[in-house]
Design a protein around this ligand. Structure first.
Ligand SMILES: Cc1ncc(COP(=O)(O)O)c(C=O)c1O
Length: 273
């Protein structure tokens, strides 16, 4: 693991680094990105940096200096030869008073790279009783306020699942704690629209581009009619779902397998700095 903060590599990557008053630490006032690394090369770096800029703007943080972030990214992956890894970029409000109001200090920028174990080929998911708020101020932003996801994931794990799935306030299928959802009904691949409040996943976008699928918002109960389901995320790529709550599913089904194949074909196109 290697960590870089505000222009410097840390001598000890897990050692103390940020102020105890950092607004990211005290109130979750920050945004982040997780980027896959294959053989030392970041995947879809430009798309992740674009989303980081959008998330920061959505939170009202100062604009991200993309060149500085790129320097951090190359500092943490340079000469590291893990075959599979993850870069995490975190950009917060910086040191601030102890309440919700921001201070005048500059933002904090942290870039970390660590090896990543490949996800299982298939997985189980569990539906959560708590909704995503598609009308909230943070809807669609990748912020560090992830405690709802932490609680949900722990609940999913109690049900033997590796991902927790949310409906939104309208009762429509939305997303997982760290993934977008695709499903097949009547032979058609579908995924919730961005209006559902789901994150605009980089993987979701590329699957729609490279394989196709229809964006549509439907009650979460539609999953009872799905013949296939898969999760899409930076760490899972295309991951078939073999069980949704108590319902077994064929995994991977033919459309999931075809989407995964399209992914493997195109992935090398977006590897690099
Ligand atoms: C809430 C949420 N939805 C979806 C995703 C998938 O996005 P991406 O494909 O960009 O990793 C993530 C990624 O971590 C996420 O946190």
């Amino acid at each position: 693991m290697r960590a870089w903060i505000d222009g410097e590599l840390l001598p000890e990557p897990t050692g103390p680094a940020i102020s105890v008053t950092d607004h990211g630490f005290t109130v979750g006032d920050g945004v982040f990105e997780a980027i896959k690394v294959i053989d030392g090369l970041p995947f879809a770096l430009d798309l992740h940096l674009q989303r980081l800029a959008r998330s920061a703007a959505g939170l009202g943080l100062p604009a991200v200096d993309e060149e500085v972030v790129r320097r951090g990214v190359s500092a943490v992956v340079r000469d590291q030869d893990f075959p599979l890894g993850r870069i995490r970029i975190t950009y917060t409000g910086g040191p601030a008073p102890l309440g919700s109001g921001r201070g005048d200090a500059p933002p904090t920028l942290v870039v970390v790279a660590a090896p990543l174990s490949p996800f299982a080929v298939t997985t189980a998911v569990a539906t959560m009783p708590w909704p995503r708020n598609e009308r909230g101020a943070l809807a669609g932003l990748k912020t560090t306020s992830y405690a709802e996801n932490v609680v949900a994931l722990a609940e999913a794990q109690r049900h033997g699942a590796s991902e927790a799935i949310f409906a939104n306030l309208a009762g429509h299928l939305c997303e997982g704690t760290g993934s977008n959802v695709f499903y097949v009904v009547d032979g058609e691949l579908r995924t919730p629209t961005l209006d559902s409040g789901c994150l605009a996943g980089v993987t979701r976008r590329l699957i729609l581009e490279w394989y196709g699928g229809r964006e549509v918002d439907e009650p979460i109960e539609v999953i009872a009619q799905a013949s296939e389901v898969f999760l899409a995320s930076t760490t899972r790529d295309v991951q078939a779902v073999h069980r949704w709550d108590d319902r077994p599913l064929i995994a991977p089904g033919p459309i999931t397998a075809a989407a995964a194949e399209a992914w493997r074909e195109h992935e090398p196109e977006l590897l690099g700095f």
